[in-house]
Design a protein around this ligand. Structure first.
Ligand code: GSH
Length: 314
């Protein structure tokens, strides 16, 4: 038997050093505050550009656990674009933390291979979602906040529900306002809690997160959605973080001042969006848990996946 003191000291030193090494590579930070790298491809789709709206020309690559990719799955469904824009579901590789393309696509079996097709020197993160152009074999856009605007605006001539406008001009300003706050404090806020490398950075992120959730709870007291009666892109963006909250962020990312189920209005709101036609099919709680708890190694080295799942059924 190893001497207990030695065992603890060796484990503490090696574990902490490895944790810091992994976090500084995987989750770059400034003074312990997580900094999300910005996306690389930012093209749009329009009649006069390189990427014109066409049926069966584009593919979305998405992972079911990813809240950013989930936004694009929801908008694709709500607009009725399943027959217009293909979907390839990628899965995480526990071995190297990248995304795998299980059935292969464009002769690629990993997302890195797909990114390399566009730029063989690409060294950055290979993130989902990706909006891929099959015609020119290139990435049109890999920023979810932009892809959902494209899906809402640019494919109406082919969409089953062209009349659904999730980003109407008259609400543009208020939607943008929500997006900005919600991105920082909630969407990225949960990651800023989970990937914080100092107590101060964690506390700032966590208080910021719950202050905004408290504020939204009050707004939802008298409003069905963030901007009133109408579902908008701001709701889609909030929803994909909220449905992962009690399941993974509360425990794994230490966002544990309250659960979403402790907020009556936010709970009602989540349930309502979950039960909109098509949305449920985009939510896979088992995969969300398995991917976060199974693959975010630095935060859960034992790989044990907790049992609970929320119930949003009507
Ligand atoms: N700002 C991007 C973020 C996308 C993102 O971070 N996706 C994660 C999955 S949740 C990813 O693919 N990470 C892979 C990696 O960083 O290697 C967006 O909203 O599209």
């Amino acid at each position: 038997m190893l001497n207990q003191k030695w065992l603890i000291q060796i484990a503490q030193t090696t574990w902490k050093t490895m944790w810091q090494l992994m976090m500084s590579n995987l989750a770059p930070s400034e003074n312990g505050n997580y900094q999300r790298p910005s996306s690389t491809y930012s093209n749009t789709v329009n009649e006069n550009g390189d990427y014109i709206p066409e049926k069966n020309r584009y593919t979305i690559y998405a992972g079911l656990s990813c809240p950013w990719a989930h936004r694009t799955l929801i908008v694709r469904k709500l607009k009725g674009l399943e027959e217009v824009i293909d979907l390839v579901i990628v899965t995480p590789s526990p071995a190297d933390g990248g995304w795998i393309i299980p059935q292969g696509s464009e002769n690629c079996y990993t997302l890195r291979q797909l990114y390399s097709k566009v730029n063989s020197f690409y060294q950055g993160r290979c993130t989902v979602p990706v909006l891929w152009d099959k015609k020119t074999k290139t990435i049109v856009n890999n920023e979810s906040s932009e892809i959902i605007v494209l899906l809402n605006n640019c494919f109406n001539q082919f969409a089953s529900y062209p009349e659904l406008n999730l980003y109407p001009d008259e609400l543009g300003k208020i939607i943008n306002n929500w997006n900005k706050k919600i991105y920082h404090h909630v969407n990225n806020g949960v990651y800023r809690c989970g990937f914080a490398q100092t107590q101060q950075a964690y506390e700032d992120a966590c208080y910021g997160l719950f202050n905004l959730l408290d504020e939204i709870e009050i707004v939802l007291e008298n409003n069905r959605y963030l901007c009133g009666d109408r579902l908008t892109l701001a709701d889609v963006r909030l929803f994909t973080t909220l449905i992962r909250f009690d399941l993974v962020y509360f425990g794994l990312f230490k966002c544990n001042i309250k659960r979403i189920t402790d907020y009556p209005n936010l709970s009602r709101y989540c349930k309502e969006i979950y039960n909109l036609e098509g949305v449920k099919e985009t939510c896979n709680f088992q995969i969300i848990k398995q991917d976060y708890y199974g693959n975010l190694f630095p935060l859960n080295p034992g790989g044990i996946i907790p049992l609970g799942v929320p119930n949003y059924q009507d």
